[in-house]
Ligand binder design. Structure first.
Ligand code: PSU
Ligand code: MN
Length: 330
């Protein structure tokens, strides 16, 4: 990719001025890069709970206009629980923490927004192009902005056939190093879940199923695998997070919250769609950053849109839980 090919505003918005918010985890060298929405800035100043949200799910995970509708619903779900949403994206060389309605629209409709993981975050900032943050980059930004809880759909992980392709998401590395609680519906079921669990264990990441003993598998409540840990309340998760924070250099925590029964697509049914979508990706030579968005898109086609409804339901479910966990930490 050359910078000239990336989506970037014709006139950079000069109004994107960093605010004088400094949190205990904000590196002084990047204070001027963080632009908070008024709502998030006030919440931080007044000790209200804040939940970080990613933007790759908007630009690369769901089609327009469902992507922007969902982003707004998720924000409303968080507000209804008494917390403040902070959707994170890279725009005009700044880390936006909380997006205005106009920015959310702009991002959701822009073509060729850069999918930014840890490797890409500074590239997007230095070129000023629009960047949507993955779980890894959202964790980095959230931590720098002083946020401790983050809601997403499903994390990236070890891909099937990784022993050949070496395709392992940077999300796992980030969970190992950055102290943010990620509320997910587990790892996306297109991944090799047992290998993903092994890497998380190696990196010292506690994986906690919420309200169940079994690890959920994104679109399905069942994975056939027992979760390493299981907790049943936001208060219990809050107390684990407080304990973790007493140790220097501890990394993240992964919460695996099963999709509500009524919205799930059972595991047996998903297996066929997943195998077909991965076979299609392999046949077309899809690689690197494009794999996850391609496979999600193929599964959406194969399920006639049902997988999207499930994805929306699980993200909203995770957002509500994340808001309750964030409330435990203020
Ligand atoms: N959850 C969803 N849809 C998504 C993603 C998560 O419901 O599209 C995104 C996240 O941003 C995650 C990324 O970090 O997919 C994983 O991409 P990769 O496998 O290339 O690391
Ligand atoms: Mn990958």
């Amino acid at each position: 990719i050359r910078p000239a090919e990336l989506t970037r505003p014709e006139l950079p918005d000069e109004n994107r001025k960093a605010h004088a918010v400094t949190t205990p985890t904000t590196p002084s060298a990047i204070r001027d890069l963080i632009v908070y929405s008024d709502e998030v800035r006030e919440a931080l100043a007044n000790g209200k709970p804040v939940v970080a949200l990613e933007s790759t799910i908007i630009t690369h995970g769901m089609p327009f206009p469902k992507n922007v509708e969902t982003a707004r619903e998720v924000e409303a779900d968080i507000r209804a629980e008494g917390a403040v949403p902070a959707t994170i994206a890279l725009m005009d060389g700044k880390i936006m923490v909380g997006l205005s309605d106009e920015d959310l629209d702009r991002l959701a409709q822009a073509k060729d927004v850069m999918k930014c993981s840890r490797a890409d975050l500074t590239f997007a900032l230095s070129t000023g192009c629009y960047g949507a943050t993955t779980v890894a980059a959202t964790m980095m930004a959230a931590h720098a902005a002083g946020l401790k809880v983050f809601a997403t759909g499903g994390i990236g992980g070890v891909h099937k056939g990784a022993e050949e392709s070496f395709d392992i998401s940077a999300d796992l590395d980030e969970l190992g190093r950055t102290p943010v609680c990620v509320v997910s519906a587990g790892a996306k079921a297109l991944l090799d879940i047992p290998k993903t669990l092994e890497v998380l264990e190696t990196k010292g990441v506690p994986v906690i199923a919420f309200g169940t003993e079994e690890l959920p598998a994104f679109w399905s409540r069942a994975s056939g695998l027992k979760a390493p840990y299981s907790l049943n309340s936001a208060a219990e998760i809050g107390s684990l997070l407080k304990m973790r924070s007493r140790f220097p250099d501890h990394g993240g925590v992964l919460i695996a919250n099963p999709v509500p029964e009524a919205d799930q697509i059972p595991r047996d049914e998903m297996t066929g769609y997943i195998d077909a979508a991965i076979a299609d990706a392999t046949a077309k030579g899809v690689r690197g950053k494009d794999v996850t968005p391609f496979v999600l898109g193929a599964i959406l086609e194969l399920t006639g849109g049902r997988s999207l409804d499930t994805n929306i339901a699980l993200v909203r479910n995770n957002a509500r839980l994340a808001a309750r966990i964030a409330a435990e930490l203020v």
